[in-house]
Design a protein around this ligand. Structure first.
Ligand SMILES: [Cu+2]
Length: 153
């Protein structure tokens, strides 16, 4: 019951179109949260999304939580010689008037201790915590491949 402890956001709301998968909270717009479908034995996964900040000051993503995983961390990828390593971040900035993209190969939300396999087509709730915009509840769509940003969704 992690989600109950963490609480629901009063700031977040989904667009009215049944196909839209975007959220806004304060000065932030969050586009298409998604996660890659994984084999049933996978114990860790990742979630991705785009955040646009239409405000005049920077905001920061401080963390996230979902009942689908025991722990969620912000990670980035670091090139160490020949290998890419993941490194935990305390926060990630969303510049004033700018965008921050959480995507495969870059900054992502790491989901540790998956409570259920990530099956394509399913959705799960994710609570994002921003420094200024506060808590934002979104639904993560599980997909087999990275969604085309130019396709309507
Ligand atoms: Cu990671």
């Amino acid at each position: 019951m992690l989600i109950r402890l963490f609480g629901y956001s009063l700031l977040a709301f989904a667009c009215s179109s049944s196909f839209a998968h975007d959220y806004s909270a304060g000065e932030l717009q969050i586009a298409h949260p998604w996660s890659r479908a994984l084999p049933p034995n996978a114990v860790t996964g990742a979630a991705y999304l785009d955040v646009h900040n239409q405000g005049k000051t920077v905001d920061r993503l401080l963390g996230a939580q979902t009942p689908r995983a025991t722990k969620t961390e912000i990670h980035t990828m670091l090139q160490l010689g020949e290998v890419m390593k993941m490194q935990k971040l305390d926060s990630v900035g969303i510049p004033a008037g700018g965008d921050t993209k959480l995507a495969p190969g870059g900054t992502h939300l790491m989901l540790f201790g998956l409570q259920k396999p990530l099956v394509a087509g399913e959705r799960f709730p994710l609570t994002l915590l921003f420094e200024k915009a506060g808590k934002v509840e979104v639904e993560v769509l599980i997909e087999t491949a990275e969604p085309d940003p130019h396709a309507g969704h």
